[in-house]
Ligand binder design. Structure first.
Ligand SMILES: *Cc1c(COP(=O)(O)O)cnc(C)c1O
Length: 388
């Protein structure tokens, strides 16, 4: 079965990890700060905080921005559940904004309409989590404009968008957001096995994120609240977590980060091949806006079901039988049983519902061979033309 996504680990990555295993520190050594410096250099942000997952990064980002009970967090329903769960961890209420059917990102028109209604009800969200679906940045300039007008913070969920660009600059520079979060899970663009990071240009937020990552502990004596324990000690000042990344993971991250541009380039090359191969099929192919360079974490096709004799389910199963590991990203979050209980109505999200009915994820990753790509394009083409 050809998997939809997969890591690319080279000798250089393996050697970097082995070096740490042979060193004095497996965790809390020099590699995590080195990885953070590399992220800062690469993405042109002022601060980077590496953690053990993007989920953790989203959680402490919400906390650092002060999200709490009585607040609202809005995000896209077409995302991994972590984009919304982070708000629930903080006791906030969640709401969703419908997607744009071209980019699969939050629709800025729907967002503005929802904000207008929320203003009347005095329910403006404290945080909007902007998910860069498939690796294409949201319309950040418009989002920033709305955030200033209505007064909400922006967290970018850039789990898919490592190495992606917006307005010719890397996603992660936080030019139009408060915090940007990356995931280094093996299916993502680069990996640290499990791992994530938050970038920001605010020294205050970075400091808060660092404390929350490690138990809420302060080690800098100049910031101690009390001098009762002496300078050599540490203080817990807030309630934090153990969300630390290990040096083993960070070493892998440093090594992987060097290859991010070539990974994104390779993914774009595959995307061009798919666009060419699938252009005459009854499909809606991904569309990337001129100001964005997608990192193509996912290649999502939408079936034109009225021109096909099979259902999405049948096509999904047929492709699996043919050895093509198609997948689906994502079931709208409000459809998960845990969220259904909160009383969301599918009718409020017509575009997300249409996406749900039509979308399929075709394999895309840097380890795909010429042979496999050929197999994918031929089998998809044959199956979808036959069903006409
Ligand atoms: C993968 C993913 C996450 C969670 O990442 P982890 O590092 O596995 O916690 C969050 N949001 C989106 C959009 C993702 O794709």
């Amino acid at each position: 079965m050809i998997q939809y996504g997969k890591q690319d680990i080279g000798e250089d990555d393996i050697n970097a990890v082995v070096d740490v295993l042979n060193s004095d520190f497996l965790t809390q050594g020099p590699k995590v700060p080195q990885f953070e410096k590399a992220l800062i250099r690469k993405f042109s942000c002022e601060h980077a905080v590496a953690v053990n997952s993007a989920t953790s990064a989203l959680h402490i980002s919400c906390l650092a921005l002060g999200l709490a009970e009585g607040d609202y967090l809005w995000t896209s329903p077409i995302s991994f559940v972590a984009s919304a769960n982070c708000g629930l961890y903080c006791g906030a209420a969640i709401d969703f904004v419908d997607i744009d059917l071209c980019t699969y990102n939050i629709c800025m028109v729907s967002l503005e309409e929802k904000l207008q209604r929320a203003r009347v009800l005095n329910k403006i969200p404290k945080v909007v989590v902007a998910v860069h679906m498939c690796g294409q940045s949201c319309d950040m300039i418009q989002l920033r404009k709305l955030s200033l007008e209505y007064g909400f913070y922006i967290i970018e969920d850039a789990s898919h968008a490592i190495g992606a660009k917006y307005d010719d600059e890397f996603v992660g520079n936080c030019l139009h957001s408060d915090i940007c979060v990356f995931s280094f899970h093996p299916v993502k663009i680069i990996t640290t096995a499990e791992g994530g990071a938050a970038t920001t240009n605010s020294a205050k937020l970075a400091e808060k994120l660092r404390m929350l990552r490690s138990h809420g502990i302060e080690r800098d004596p100049t910031r101690f609240v009390t001098n009762e324990f002496g300078k050599w000690h540490y203080e817990q000042q807030i309630l934090g977590f153990n969300y630390r990344m290990s040096d083993i993971q960070a070493a892998l991250g440093i090594s992987q980060l060097k290859k991010v541009d070539s990974f994104v380039q390779k993914r774009n090359k595959i995307a061009r091949l798919y666009e060419k191969s699938f252009q005459n099929l009854p499909l809606n192919l991904p569309s990337v806006k001129a100001e964005a360079l997608s990192s193509y974490h996912l290649f999502v096709i939408r079936l034109q079901l009225d021109e096909l004799s099979k259902s999405k389910h049948e096509i999904f199963n047929d492709l699996h039988k043919l050895g093509i590991g198609v997948a689906f990203h994502y079931i709208p979050i409000y459809r998960h049983p845990y969220y259904v209980k909160m009383g969301f109505s599918c009718d409020d999200y017509p575009n997300a519902e249409q996406y749900f009915k039509e979308a399929l994820t075709i394999p895309i990753h840097v380890k795909l061979t010429e042979l496999e790509l050929n197999e994918i394009t031929h089998k998809v083409s044959a199956l979808l033309s036959r069903s006409l």
